[in-house]
Design a protein around this ligand. Structure first.
Ligand code: MSP
Length: 506
């Protein structure tokens, strides 16, 4: 029995609306979806949050360039994100826009609380600012006079500003990081953050007067909140803040490596100041290059997830993203690699296994999954497959828990390849002995049924198709993972052969 009170709150960054969705956005969101779907199968009540970051100078400028009001501009781009998530079968429970009243109320309350606790004061800011990164920089941080992160030109800013007393929180942050070894992952990212904090934290400018597209600072509407103060508080908003915090603290913030500092220094410091618990874990994944090059609009090599999923298939694209590169490391996207995975892992291995299994059940058992009979002469490989599937639940759960998606898939493919070898070796079509043949066919059908459950978080539609192909009804969502991955499903289902699961790319 699963415990109905278990909850899991997972987030993606909220994406800027100055740009249309690309592979980087799809990557984090597909990973979060995989985690959310897995936790639901494990009986957790899940809150999976994604959304859009709509304020700030960058968005204001992009809207002006398009001849639109910021809000009109945002409405258009938001729709593109929402449509993409639908296409990619993203199962988010909430979609937060920072322009929503519930969020404005939450960010405002967070500001007021931090101010009341003595951590916000008025001063004057003079420094460099990188608008694409929405980040303040000192003279010494600049690289050849440009932003050290994105390499673009910076602007000199001098204005009255409210400051957050970040300098006060260095020690508390270091203590929290050392007492909670799982707080920042992977390990190398944690070291980066620790070194950054040890260099000394400066107070952070958290308001601006040079533009107006933002949440007004409470009590001083000449200022708008710094877009990161506004944006980070989205995670609280969706949990119910400032009302009843249903789901806070978050179990997992998934982010890209470029926004690590915001999530592991600024955000926890704001929360400490407000007397709120910190998120349990922040995991920063790596970046995709394209054919070995940095992805950029100017190079014209931005990977469009909409077109890619349309051409190659949604599940094929999801599979590639999580299989190709260990989560946490940088990776390279190429059409060759994508096609290689589709033709190899998906068409040759998994698709072929399903179609062979269904054809044999049709041919030798009139399309009905036979029972397992306790035959004396079990083929060794048959025992092997069963054995591997019986030990998998723990390994698989640990791997998904550790966000080692590629390893979880690797382990499944070891079994899938063994099953194909089993078909070759057992050559059931030549088998005379009826009992052995029944066992062979049951092992294949049962193995595939279990594999469909494991694959569901990664490839929901294809998993359901395998499930239905094996004659089962109702799909996989809403089922109990532990129960379904146990060997011993009922025989007797009438299979349904359909078109190839993963057509080969020629
Ligand atoms: N609005 C902020 C996040 C605020 S969260 C409180 C933001 N938005 S963004 O639209 O720029 O989001 C970018 C996300 O996409 C980041 O997690 C970033 O790491 C990711 N990626 C951008 N380019 C990427 C690649 N080339 N590869 C992988 N992820 C990339 O930052």
């Amino acid at each position: 029995m699963t415990d109905a009170l278990k909850t899991f709150y997972v987030t993606t960054p909220i994406y800027y609306v100055n740009d249309v969705p690309h592979i980087g956005h799809a990557y984090t969101t597909v990973a979060a979806d995989c985690v959310a779907r897995f936790r639901r199968l494990k009986g957790y009540k899940v809150l999976f949050l994604t959304g859009t970051d709509e304020h700030g100078q960058k968005v204001q400028k992009a809207a002006a360039a398009a001849g639109l009001e910021p809000v009109e501009f945002a409405d258009k781009v938001v729709k593109r994100f929402q449509d993409l998530w639908k296409d990619l079968r993203i199962s988010n429970d909430d979609f937060l826009r920072t322009t929503q009243p519930r969020h404005i109320a939450s960010a405002t309350t967070l500001w007021e609380t931090v101010k009341k606790n003595g951590d916000i004061y008025k001063g004057e800011y003079e420094d460099w600012y990188c608008t694409p990164c929405e980040n303040f920089l000192t003279e010494t941080q600049l690289k050849d006079g440009k932003c050290p992160d994105c390499g673009r030109p910076v602007e000199r800013l001098k204005e009255e500003s409210y400051f957050f007393r970040l300098s006060k929180y260095g020690e508390a942050l270091l203590r929290h990081i050392s007492e909670n070894p799982g707080f920042i992952q992977p390990e190398n990212r944690k070291n980066e953050v620790v070194n950054f904090i040890k260099e000394g934290l400066r107070d952070l400018s958290v308001s601006r007067t040079s533009f107006s597209w933002g949440i007004p600072v409470p009590g001083d509407s000449r200022h708008v909140m710094y877009v990161w103060f506004d944006a980070l508080s989205n995670y609280l908003t969706a949990a119910g803040y400032p009302g009843h915090n249903r789901m806070w603290p978050a179990d997992l913030h998934l982010i890209g490596k470029d926004i690590l500092r915001f999530h592991t220094v600024y955000w926890p410091a704001f929360l400490m100041s407000a007397g709120l618990p910190l998120p349990k874990r922040v995991f920063a994944h790596g970046w995709w290059t394209v054919d070995g090059n940095k992805m950029s609009k100017s190079k014209g090599n931005v990977v469009d997830p909409v077109a890619t999923a349309r051409k190659y298939g949604v599940d094929q694209f999801r599979y590639f993203l999580l299989r190709e590169v260990p989560f946490g490391l940088d990776g390279d996207f190429s059409i060759k690699a994508l096609e290689g995975r589709i033709n190899g892992d998906l068409a040759n291995d998994l698709g072929n296994l399903l179609s062979r299994t269904l054809s044999m059940i049709e041919k030798y058992r009139s399309g009905v999954v036979p029972p397992e009979i306790n035959a004396k002469d079990r083929v060794d490989l048959e025992k092997d497959i069963k054995g591997l599937l019986e030990t998998l639940p723990k390994d698989y759960s640990d791997l998904i828990g550790g966000l080692e998606f590629h390893q979880a898939l690797n382990q499944l493919w070891v079994i899938i390849r063994k099953m194909n070898a089993f078909v070759d070796k057992a050559s059931p079509w030549k088998e005379k002995d009826e009992e052995t043949l029944s066992n062979v066919l049951y092992t294949l059908a049962e193995g595939l049924r279990i594999i469909a459950v494991y694959l569901f978080p990664f490839m929901p539609d294809s998993s359901d198709r395998i499930w239905e192909g094996l004659g089962m009804e109702g799909g996989i969502a809403g089922r109990d993972f532990d129960k379904e991955v146990a060997w011993g499903g009922k025989p007797g289902a009438k299979i349904k052969k359909g078109p190839p699961l993963f057509p080969r790319i020629v």
